[in-house]
Design a protein around this ligand. Structure first.
Ligand code: ADP
Ligand code: TPP
Ligand code: MG
Length: 343
């Protein structure tokens, strides 16, 4: 059997079964970051994610600066998803032998700019050659902190909680498609630029995550960032929380450029929003009485819209998609799996 028979998440479960945690309050595998109690006031957050040439980016479609920015941004997004503050980064580079120094200078300029923007210090890393393989890899480990008792895990959602997202979904996937498909003549330059920007240079919701973590315990009940796609990431949240969920299709926030490009490329925008991935928006659940307070704070302090897209259901209800005519269907996770590439 090869690893593609298992898929990414079955493989993680197999490799990590039975691993111990050090302290009683620690959360190891299964959330956006490990949450570690070193005994001081704040808890430590630790995460790593990589960008692989040809899998996450190409040098033809992203500038070196954007590649560097995104490599850090996707890790910042995992710290944001816990409600934490990013602190220190370690940057491991796997370099093909003939890579141009200018390209790498550009990547590092983007990395440094993103680090400065989010007050993160690069404190180390590593360089190794890729040998015969020609793909550039940037693998970043990011450490952060979160005040004791304020981290928001994937596991706290309860029946009746509202399911919310920041910003809009599907833009990044649509932006990627405009690179892959030749028929982009019909797309307005302004729309093209907006969607490609969200794909190549996503903005991690660090301030929004910190704001959400500042509410009283129990107001925001669970959170993760959308990297693989709404359908898959909501499935992760429900698995960790032991619940089901109903997503109301008509409420999923779609941007105007997304609607335009979907029309031009004759693609259902909801497919990108549900399964596309790399949105790096926050998906979180909250208790109904907190909705107005949280929505107002996000808008006023971050300028970020909150949209309610559904409600947490009992485990037995599974995950469902509700159409505006009342028809419901099961919501399957068709989003990104590294070991089962489909796109
Ligand atoms: N090879 C591995 N060994 C141990 N833990 C892993 C491994 N790969 C992934 N994980 C853990 O599994 C969980 C899911 O991983 P992933 O889907 O990559 O998370 P994210 O989308 O937040 O980056 C995370 O808690 C991650 O730390
Ligand atoms: C060239 C190219 N093809 C396809 C994609 C789409 N894509 C690659 S990885 C991914 C999912 C997110 O990445 P992952 O490494 O799984 O992040 P994590 O969930 O670990 O945070 C998507 C949608 C892309 N960004 N670039
Ligand atoms: Mg990951």
């Amino acid at each position: 059997m090869d690893i593609s028979a298992l898929g990414e998440f079955e493989l993680i479960a197999r490799l990590t079964a039975g691993l111990a945690t050090r302290a009683a309050g620690d959360v190891g595998i299964g959330d956006d970051c490990a949450l570690l109690d070193l005994g001081s006031g704040d808890l430590l957050l630790a995460t790593c994610d990589c960008q692989v040439e040809g899998v996450h980016f190409t040098l033809q479609t992203s500038s070196p600066e954007h590649i560097g920015r995104k490599a850090l941004a996707i890790n910042l997004s995992d710290i944001a998803a816990m409600g934490g503050t990013p602190r220190y980064a370690l940057v491991s580079l796997l370099l093909p032998p003939h890579l141009s120094v200018d390209v790498l200078d550009g990547i590092y300029a983007g990395l440094r700019a993103e680090a400065q923007r989010f007050d993160t210090t690069i404190v180390g890393g590593n360089i190794a050659g890729t040998g015969a393989a020609q793909q550039l890899v940037i693998d970043i480990t990011l450490l952060g902190t979160v005040a004791r008792g304020h981290a928001i895990l994937r596991s706290g959602a309860r029946v009746g909680d509202l399911i919310c997202v920041t910003g809009s979904l599907g833009d990044s996937a649509a932006g990627l498609q405009t690179f892959l498909r030749p028929a982009t003549d019909a797309v307005l330059p302004h729309d093209l630029q907006a969607l490609r920007g969200r794909h190549t240079a996503p903005l991690p919701r660090v301030h929004e995550g910190q704001l959400l973590a500042s509410f009283k315990a129990g107001q925001i009940t669970a959170m993760l960032d959308i990297s693989d796609g709404l359908s898959g990431d909501l499935t992760h949240l429900c698995e960790r929380s032991g619940c089901g969920a109903r997503v109301d299709l008509a409420t999923i926030p779609l941007s105007t450029p997304l609607s335009h490009v979907a029309q031009a490329l004759q693609h259902d925008p909801l497919d990108w929003a549900l399964h596309g991935g790399e949105d790096y928006e926050l998906l979180f659940t909250l208790q109904l009485p907190s909705l107005d307070e949280v929505r107002t704070a996000l808008q006023e302090q971050c300028g970020t819209p909150l949209t309610v897209i559904g409600e947490i259901q009992p485990l037995s209800a599974g995950l469902t998609l509700a159409h505006s005519n009342g028809h419901t269907e099961p919501l399957h996770a068709h989003s990104w799996d590294h070991l089962k590439p489909k796109k």
